[in-house]
Every structure is written in C-alpha cells, then in structure tokens.
Design a protein around this ligand. Structure first.
Ligand SMILES: Nc1ncnc2c1ncn2[C@@H]1O[C@H](COP(=O)(O)OP(=O)(O)OP(=O)(O)O)[C@@H](O)[C@H]1O
Ligand SMILES: [Mg+2]
Length: 359
C-alpha cells in the first residue's frame, strides 16, 4: 500500500501542510529540528494510534493549538481509502477509516499498515526487556489483532493481582489470587503461543535479510525466554503460579509471566548486546523490521509503508545500496540530516521549519 496524499494540521511544528509522496523511495532531507521525524511520526500514528517516541499524545498537538489532525489518502490493492486521526488537548482522540469511526484502538490495526525503524529500536537491543517486548508485541498485534486484546486483558488482571498483593493476605485473598492466576493463565497461553509462532515464522526471513544487507556470513536469530515451556502452557503456568504464590506474597508482586519475558537478539552464538558492533546491532534490528514487513506482505498481500528515521545515513554505503535495492517494491520514507548518495531513484523533499518543498 502507499500514501497518495498526507495532510497535517497543527501536528507538532506543522501548522498546515499537504504532501504527495511517491510510491517508492522518499527522502526527507533537512537540518536538525526542522520537522523530519515529526512528519514520519504522523504517518506512523495512523497505523497504530500511538507515537513511536511518546505515550503522551498532547505533545503531538502544536504549541498553542487546541487539536491536531492527521489524514491520508492511501491506495491498497483493493482500492483507495482515507484514514484520519484527530487528537484533542483534553487527551481524547478519534479515528476514522473511509469516514467510518473506529470504536476501539485495537480495531485500527490491519488497515493502514506501517513499519517504522527508529533510533529507539536500536536502543531496544541493549536496554530493558520491556523495550524488547514492546518491539515484538506491537508487530504481533498488527498481524493478529486478537493479540492486542489478550495482552490488554492480561495486563488488566495483572494490575488487579498486583494491587491485591500489596494488601494483607489472608485465606480469602489467597483464593482470589488463584482466581487471578487462572485468568492470567488463559491469556498467557495465547500470548506465549503467538509469540512463539511469530518468532518461528519470522526466523528464515530475518536471517536471510540480515545476510543480504550486511553481506556477512553470520546467522541472526532471536531467543525467546518464555516464562513457561511453550507446551501445555495453561497447566504449566498454573503449577508455577501455585509454587510461587508464597514468594509473590512475600515480595508483594507478580514474579513471572508474559510481562517478565525477554527476547535476546543473537548473531551466531553471541548475544548481540554484549558482542555486536554498532553497525551490526543496527543491521540486525533493521533486518528484524524488514522481516516483519515481509511477513505482513505475505499474509495480506499488501506491503506496509516503511519508515527509516535517522538510521539510514549511519549505515555504510554498501549496506545502504543493498538495503534500497531490497526495498524497491515498497513505499519508504527515509529521514536524514546528511545528503544521501544511492544508486536507486528516489524523490527528495526538503524539510525546513515545518514547511516541505520538493527538492
Ligand atoms: N507540539 C509541538 N508544537 C510545536 N513544535 C513542536 C512540538 N513538538 C516538537 N516541536 C518542534 O519540532 C522540532 C523538532 O522536530 P523533529 O523532531 O521532527 O526534528 P528533525 O527534523 O527530525 O531533527 P533531527 O535531525 O535533529 O532529528 C523542534 O524544533 C521542536 O521544538
Ligand atoms: Mg529527527
């Protein structure tokens, strides 16, 4: 799929702009702090209803404005569509697809589809498991909208259980903890199953893409550290919950489950965060994102829009060229503050202080 026109009103530093990108490579070039990331942030917002750099939507509304609007006309294989997001200062937001309101955020997934690769994603290799879970969860939710709702329900029960664990625990509370555990086990089963299936499906394309972009003869992989063995999940979860109950009461919090799981990115047998060079870390994460893009494309027949924010110019020239060759069939937005020199044809836009010109 590809965006034909994008309109922004009072979004970040944009007062009002309209942009017609091409179905192919679009390079957004400009000095620092001009609005390059803001623009791709708006595109991404349309696909997930969230920014990739803040959880606070009010930050997206232009200083002094009351509301922000992002809208796009996009083309899919089955025809033309429109999508619109409106964010208000009071924290409310609404979405329309083809002028029909979307009632739940989870229902936004699967319409306008976008994969973004940002400096934050590279941080995920090195930093907390929470960032890596987010990286994986968001992508699964795009392919399997039900995942989003299971995850949400799991976290809801988890927070109720954690609130209970802060109180004095008698026999009644213990029974209630068991009830929570049973509910969590049901959601954990779906979450762990889908995480396992997602990584299995991704494996081949992930490794191949890594080899293609890097030109290295190394195997890239992801090890899933699940909280229970991915067989007989519900029973395994319940028996672990039973044996950990007294410790959870002692520590006054839930000690295991999908909210504690981790994903370790590997290159050959080595943990990427400990042994990978910066370029390798960047390329592995890029390969992960492209493998996701490929998976969505295989499942839906539609290639998602790809965003590369500030990550392209850090790759060496041969990696840049191999990458852009791979991307020939997708609409891509690349932001950069330094000029780019690649063989493929592209359309250039110059971003300057919230204004955009064709360059
Ligand atoms: N809500 C907002 N209202 C108005 N301006 C904003 C808002 N949020 C951010 N900005 C401005 O947007 C600018 C940053 O834009 P952006 O992050 O897109 O820069 P960039 O072109 O990607 O720069 P870099 O090359 O440094 O990454 C800053 O000048 C910032 O003050
Ligand atoms: Mg930027």
């Amino acid at each position: 799929m590809f965006i034909k026109t994008l309109l922004l009103k009072d979004f970040r530093n944009y007062q009002q702009i309209s942009l017609s990108p091409q179905n192919g490579l679009n390079i957004l070039y400009g000095k620092n702090a001009q609005g390059k990331t803001n623009l791709v942030e708006a595109v991404y917002y349309l696909s997930t209803g969230k920014s990739f750099r803040t959880n606070r939507d009010v930050q997206l509304i232009r200083f002094d404005a009351e509301s922000a609007r992002i809208s796009a006309a996009y083309q899919t294989l089955s025809g033309g569509n429109t999508i619109e997001a409106v964010l208000k200062k009071d924290g409310t937001k609404s979405f329309n697809i083809n002028a029909m309101p979307i009632k739940k955020l989870g229902h936004l997934f699967g319409h306008f589809s976008c994969v973004a690769f940002t400096p934050e994603d590279i941080k995920a290799v090195k930093e907390t498991p929470a960032l890596r879970r987010r990286l994986i969860d968001l992508e699964i939710a795009k392919i399997r909208p039900a995942y989003f709702f299971d995850l949400k329900s799991y976290y809801q029960v988890l927070s109720e259980k954690n609130a209970l664990l802060k109180k004095r625990i008698g026999e009644d509370e213990k029974r209630l903890i068991s009830v929570y555990n049973e509910q969590m086990a049901v959601h954990a089963k779906t979450i762990i199953r889908l995480r396992t299936a997602f990584l299995e499906e991704l494996k081949e394309a992930f490794n191949q893409t890594y080899r293609l972009i890097s030109g290295e003869d190394k195997t890239a992989g992801i090890i899933y550290r699940a909280s229970v063995e991915p067989e007989n999940i519900e029973n395994a979860f319940l028996s672990k919950a039973g044996s950990l109950m007294s410790r959870e009461i002692e520590y006054r919090q839930s000690l295991f489950g999908p909210h504690k799981e981790d994903f370790v990115f590997m290159l050959d047998e080595h943990d990427l965060k400990l042994y990978g060079s910066q370029g390798q870390q960047r390329t592995v994460m890029l390969a992960y994102k492209l493998a996701v893009l490929n998976m969505v494309k295989e499942r839906t027949g539609e290639s998602p829009v790809l965003i590369l924010d500030d990550v392209f110019s850090e790759l060496d020239f041969s990696r840049q060229n191999r990458l852009t060759e791979l991307l020939a069939a997708s609409q891509v937005f690349i932001t950069t503050a330094v000029p780019i020199n690649i063989k493929q044809t592209y359309h250039a836009f110059v971003v300057e202080n919230g204004q955009i010109k064709s360059g």
